[in-house]
Design a binder for this molecule. Structure first.
Ligand code: ZN
Length: 310
């Protein structure tokens, strides 16, 4: 394809105007399906060069077709494409968001350890139950691309933050930009190739929610359902199969009533709703301008040591 969309800039960009590293730095995705894409430059000679943007390899387990995806590329073609794309990798693209979340919530000195600890949860079968349920429901009913749904969640979160402290972006313009970028990233994490970041954000939200409950404990008396959720969610982080299955049963059978949920709702649903709330909130609060500033300040190539810079 000739055009890509930058989740950070909110603009369509032409393939020949961007460089290899820009796809990662500006979080460039397919304008149609929102999946991460990478830059290819076929024929390196200036006059004959052909610039385009391409999807990463399709994961066969998903039945997701994009009309801008070129189907039927042979293995050799794909390998050639990879060499022409100067080592761009999906994992580098995905790591930009992971690092930003880790830096913001766990501190600049703990980025790698936080990423490691969050990623460790990937193999937890009980968390997988929650996250797959949410991910699949969203895809099935197209909720992930529902702007109204996302923006109402976002406004709810922003009002909550403003009530607790005034620490949020102060002008409507900056809030609107945060919301727009967060929604664009939201759509990308609900794609097959963006899913590792959905999982990452989900696990971060899990830690964040547990922490929020614990902090609330110091401020007020917790509701019974909150005490129940803290204990079960904490146990699920580390338990044997038998205990894990028992806890999932308990969570499914434990009902929460109004005003917290519609009458006789399962606490399974409450966990999902709360996690979604924190996921949206996390994306809203990330310092996107900082990512852009950092991308701009990195030189595109290293200056050889024998060249003087003035
Ligand atoms: Zn696409």
């Amino acid at each position: 394809m000739k055009l890509g969309y930058s989740n950070l800039l909110g603009e369509l960009l032409q393939a020949e105007k961007i460089d290899y590293t820009d796809c990662k730095n500006f979080q460039i995705v397919c304008p149609n399906c929102k999946e991460p894409i990478f830059k290819v430059n076929r024929n390196q000679e200036e006059e004959k060069s052909l610039h385009y943007l391409s999807h990463y390899n399709k994961d066969k387990s998903y039945n997701l077709e994009c009309e801008l995806r070129v189907n039927g590329l042979s293995k050799i073609q794909i390998e050639t494409e990879n060499t022409l794309s100067r080592n761009q990798r999906l994992k580098y693209f995905l790591k930009v968001l992971q690092k930003t979340i880790a830096k913001r919530h766990y501190g600049v000195d703990n980025i790698e350890i936080a990423i490691k600890n969050i990623t460790k949860l990937n193999s937890n079968p009980y968390l997988k139950l929650f996250r797959d349920f949410e991910f699949n429901t969203y895809l099935k009913y197209n909720i992930a691309s529902d702007e109204e749904d996302f923006f109402s969640q976002a406004d709810l979160y922003i009002n909550e933050i403003k009530n607790i402290s005034s620490e949020f972006y102060s002008t409507q313009f900056s809030i609107d930009i945060q919301k727009r970028i967060a929604f664009d990233i939201w759509k990308t994490i609900y794609t097959p190739n963006g899913k590792p970041n959905y999982i990452f954000l989900f696990h971060h939200a899990y830690f964040f929610l547990l922490n929020r409950f614990r902090l609330a404990q110091n401020e007020r008396k917790l509701y019974d359902w909150e005490i129940f959720l803290i204990s079960r969610m904490t146990k699920l982080l580390e338990c044997d199969v038998k205990t894990g299955e028992f806890i999932i049963q308990e969570i499914s059978n434990y009902n929460i009533d109004p005003p917290f949920l519609p009458e006789k709702s399962s606490s399974f649903l409450k966990i999902i709703t709360e996690l979604k709330h924190e996921m949206v909130g996390t994306l809203l609060g990330l310092p996107y301008f900082e990512i852009l500033r950092e991308s701009m300040s990195k030189p595109a190539f290293e200056v050889p040591p024998n060249v003087k810079t003035f």
